[in-house]
Design a protein. Structure first.
Length: 264
């Protein structure tokens, strides 16, 4: 009751474990009631920078994301983030490049033989695949890539939404795979090559490139222990055709066909 409202954002003023410790040195509320260098409005990854367009800049206290417009998920980090392997992990395995079995490629459609759009033929990969504690929705219509097809009124699958706020902006990057998910791949290696991969994948009824029944399902379901947060790598992941003991790094920039294929 001293006549002024105190706002203290400096990370040096709190003890270990407090979320505020993640703020940048010198974090403050500006005269217009916007904030700079605050972790909660950062992308969770890159260095924070003061100024209206800087990472860690909060909009003025009296506005809302609804007023600011656009995809609310992009107000702090990308949808999808541009960091590490995020962009490479969108939509589905080889979803835009799958042979249709006769001539040409399969299209993304919701009926018949489909590269993406029928959950029973190919698993859709998006935020909920790897961050299931935070987000459970499988639609992400505001996402830069998804919205090239998922526009209204007939193609909407829903927006990304936070399922449990206790995991979001809590200072930790939770990786938790969608429970019991055995990834389905519409991409199918030809029969003679498939024997090299059949330890990892089951070919549905032996069907190859002959319509709606032709797809492969991972033998092992994703489990949280496949992600090693200390090493920053995944092991035993069918999507990478990894056998037991093999790993792949999230920040690897040298992934090539041979990283996942020994034989085609
Ligand atoms: C106010 C800023 C802000 C907004 C808005 C925001 N995020 Fe985040 N998000 C963060 C930060 C910071 C992290 C870093 C990890 C942490 O501290 O939880 C994060 C992490 C995540 C993660 C990684 C998993 C986790 O929780 O660590 C997902 C997934 C995610 N956000 C999804 C979304 C979605 C979906 C939306 C839109 C509905 C959204 N975010 C809007 C700030 C934001
Ligand atoms: C090349 C166009 C295209 C792109 C890109 C695309 N989709 Fe789709 N998707 C479709 C079509 C077509 C369907 C069939 C249903 C419909 O029209 O909405 C579909 C269906 C779906 C479904 C319902 C079936 C299922 O697998 O559960 C989900 C969920 C979905 N998409 C999510 C996404 C997400 C998330 C992204 C971005 C990461 C994305 N889609 C990108 C075309 C696309
Ligand atoms: C293939 C798995 C995968 C998918 C799909 C995925 N993420 Fe991530 N995400 C990760 C991993 C791994 C990290 C790094 C965790 C770490 O560094 O400890 C991460 C980190 C993050 C972070 C923290 C900041 C950063 O960039 O490291 C945010 C924010 C985030 N993800 C948001 C999203 C959103 C939003 C989506 C959907 C558009 C998404 N992620 C889809 C695996 C994924
Ligand atoms: C991240 C891992 C990964 C990378 C990188 C990758 N693939 Fe694949 N690819 C897969 C998986 C998983 C399958 C499905 C295997 C199965 O079930 O038969 C597949 C399937 C295929 C198929 C069958 C496609 C179809 O039309 O049905 C071909 C051909 C192929 N990959 C070629 C390539 C080539 C060429 C490259 C490099 C440009 C490449 N892959 C990069 C994981 C990968």
């Amino acid at each position: 009751m001293d006549g002024s409202v105190e706002v203290q954002l400096d990370p040096a003023t709190v003890g270990a474990g407090a979320l505020r410790q993640k703020n940048g040195v010198g974090a403050l509320m500006n005269g217009d009631k916007s904030c700079d260098l605050v972790y909660c409005h950062s992308d969770g990854k890159n260095a924070m920078v003061a100024g209206p367009t800087g990472n860690g800049h909060a909009p003025v206290w009296t506005t809302t994301f609804a007023v600011l417009g656009g995809d609310r998920c992009t107000k702090c980090h990308g949808n999808s983030p541009q960091t590490a392997a995020h962009n490479a992990h969108q939509v589905g395995i080889h979803y835009d490049n799958i042979y249709n079995g006769t001539s040409g490629k399969l299209a993304a459609v919701n009926t018949g033989s489909s590269s993406h759009g029928v959950a029973g033929q190919s698993t859709t990969i998006t935020c909920n695949t790897c961050h299931y504690k935070t987000i459970t929705a499988s639609g992400n219509d505001q996402n830069t890539l998804c919205k090239t097809c998922h526009t209204g009124p007939t193609h909407l699958q829903g927006n990304a939404a936070i399922a449990d706020f206790s995991f979001h902006v809590n200072g930790r990057k939770e990786i938790s795979f969608k429970p019991s998910l055995k990834v389905i791949s519409k991409a199918q290696l030809r029969q003679t090559s498939f024997s090299n991969y059949s330890g990892l994948w089951v070919r549905n009824g032996g069907n190859y490139k002959n319509g709606v029944n032709a797809f492969d399902t991972a033998k092992t379901a994703l489990t949280d222990t496949m992600w090693n947060s200390t090493a920053g790598n995944c092991s035993n992941i069918s999507c990478h055709n990894l056998r037991v003991g093999e790993t792949v790094n999230w920040t690897d920039t040298t992934i090539s066909c041979q990283s996942c294929h020994s034989k085609l």
